[in-house]
Ligand binder design. Structure first.
Ligand code: NDP
Length: 316
């Protein structure tokens, strides 16, 4: 059986399916020096968006034939270099759109309706002592800017529509959607009440949301980030939230996961999640299935089912 390197974890179902077709070597369990000595036997890699494939691992895989990523974001895999070597990289698009969109809406609602504050109001006894909690803000009828209008961005827009929101979006190129395109991110931030970030990570989007964007969003503005921590300048975000230049933030992702700055943890105007945008049993099962389907398709048909764009031309 061909040798597969497993980077990070896998669900029992994924592991069982992989072990039926591959000899699976878990990177975390390999003795020191194993990869340098035996990396030449590895033909397939299964990894995830967080771990990717680091250059120090890649250098020991001269006979690699395919990489399957459990997740749609692949900013920790050098897909261009893989494409140049003829190695298809696959990911798990679409099957997680609905879940990540729900996470974005959940964060938005938690900020607007002060879910955490009001939960604490009940638990602490403030309701009995102080009476009714202060009023919150309505999500209905808000003007929402979406930064990134791809598969997930469009699903977010669809899920927001029943709330009577007006939706604007910013991307590098105009999309075939009914919502208003804003070629300038700062101007869009100035116009909207809530900015939802859902672009890929990586060098091209690093700190797209900077101090200027946050200030444009303003003291009554809300930032939701379900993309990657690197897309938002975290130091500028902490400054804007702390100084009142920005109102609220709902964050699923951070610049140095799993480390989250204490300053953010101490703030009452933020809702923090541990990168769980797609993390439900149902969606993770679908992602796991597609991750293994890609490996098996490569084995049986010499092509992957859902290649990343850089590798779309390989083996189709
Ligand atoms: P798509 O590739 O379908 O969409 C990406 C969108 O971002 C496109 O509309 C693209 O438009 C836009 N974009 C890319 N670069 C820029 C840029 N520099 N400036 C402005 N817009 C840009 O991806 P998905 O919707 O499937 O996924 C998006 C990302 O969401 C993933 O890459 C991942 O990082 C993140 N994600 C997070 C999860 C979580 O758990 N929190 C789970 C799943 C995904 P254009 O090219 O025209 O600029």
């Amino acid at each position: 059986m061909p040798d597969l390197l497993l980077i990070g974890g896998a669900t029992p179902v994924m592991l069982e399916r992989m072990q039926a077709r591959f000899t699976v070597h878990r990177l975390a369990d390999l003795p020191k020096g194993w990869l340098a000595e035996n990396g030449g036997t590895i033909t397939h890699v299964a990894t995830n968006g967080h771990d990717g494939v680091k250059p120090e691992v890649m250098q020991h895989l001269p006979n690699l034939q395919a990489i399957s990523c459990y997740g749609v974001g692949y900013d920790n895999i050098d897909a261009k270099a893989c494409a140049a070597r003829g190695i298809p990289v696959s990911h798990t698009p679409d099957v997680l759109n609905a879940e990540v969109a729900t996470t974005a809406l959940m964060l938005m609602m938690a900020c607007y309706r002060e879910l955490l504050r009001d939960d604490a109001w009940v638990r602490s006894g403030d309701w009995e002592r102080k009476g009714n909690a202060p009023l919150t803000r309505s999500v209905d009828g808000q003007k929402v800017g979406i930064l990134g209008m791809g598969r997930i961005g469009q699903e977010i827009a669809r899920k927001l529509e029943p709330f009577g929101t007006e939706i604007l979006y910013h991307t590098r190129s105009k999309k075939d959607v009914l919502h208003r395109y804003c070629p300038d991110l700062v101007e869009m931030a100035r116009e909207v009440d809530c900015l939802i970030v859902i672009t890929p990570g990586g060098a091209a989007t690093r700190h797209l949301v900077n101090a200027e964007v946050l200030e444009a969003l303003g003291p009554q503005g809300t930032l939701i980030n379900v993309a990657r921590g690197t897309v938002v300048d975290e130091a500028a975000l902490i400054d804007a939230l702390g100084s009142g230049k920005l109102g609220w933030a709902g964050l699923d992702v951070f610049e140095n996961e799993p480390r989250v700055p204490d300053a953010l943890k101490a703030m009452k105007n933020v809702v923090l999640l541990p990168h769980v945008g797609s993390a439900t049993v149902e969606t993770r099962a679908a992602m796991g299935k597609l991750t293994v389907d890609n490996l098996i398709a490569h084995l049986d048909e010499g092509r992957v089912l859902t290649p990343v764009p850089e590798c779309a031309h390989l083996g189709k």
